[in-house]
Design a protein around this ligand. Structure first.
Ligand SMILES: [Zn+2]
Length: 176
């Protein structure tokens, strides 16, 4: 995610490495492999460079429409499996022109748009917004049946509270 705080970095020096540097995520931390011969200054320089590279890679992945579709499919399988046929959207994409809403759904053409405003929010909030819109493909209005579907996601209440908090803090009136 963009805007994430700086991760814990573990630098591993390798005598077998001569010039190549690589970095990968291991749980919460980022492991950076560098040649043993690197100076402290080189180590610092390369750690910064690799963190930037890793963040850019993750951001691209996280922000793409393709990733959004993969995320949608995972949510459908987990929470809307008996509606799998109608809950799959024709398209799902990030949009920047959605000022009053976190997400929107047009059941007629089965398209879903998610506001770029939530791109930097925690993953479980993005999942809630996406599941909310997917559930609208099954039930267009906010009735009891709709909330039963959305309520299957264990973090629904928490995510709604989070979004209300953001809306209040930014002074924006948002509809869901
Ligand atoms: Zn809604």
């Amino acid at each position: 995610m963009a805007g994430a705080r700086k991760p814990v970095v573990e630098v591993r020096r390798s005598q077998r490495r001569r010039r190549t540097v690589s970095a990968y995520r291991e749980g919460e931390r980022v492991v950076v492999l560098i040649p043993d011969q690197f100076s402290r200054a080189e180590e610092t320089e390369w750690v910064d460079r690799m963190l930037a590279r890793l963040a850019a890679r993750e951001e691209r992945l996280c922000r793409s429409d393709a990733e959004l579709l993969v995320r949608a499919q995972r949510l459908i399988t987990r929470y809307l499996s008996e509606h799998a046929r109608i809950a799959v959207p024709a398209s799902v994409r990030w949009v920047t022109n959605q000022n009053g809403r976190w997400g929107s759904c047009t059941p007629a053409d089965r398209t879903i748009r998610i506001s770029h405003r939530i791109q930097e929010m925690p993953e479980w909030v993005i999942d809630y917004v996406l599941l909310h819109e997917l559930a609208h493909l099954v039930v267009p209005s906010h009735n009891a049946r709709f909330w039963e579907l959305v309520g299957r996601y264990p973090k629904t209440e928490r995510a709604r509270g989070y979004l209300e908090g953001v809306a209040a803090a930014t002074g924006v009136v948002l509809a869901d």
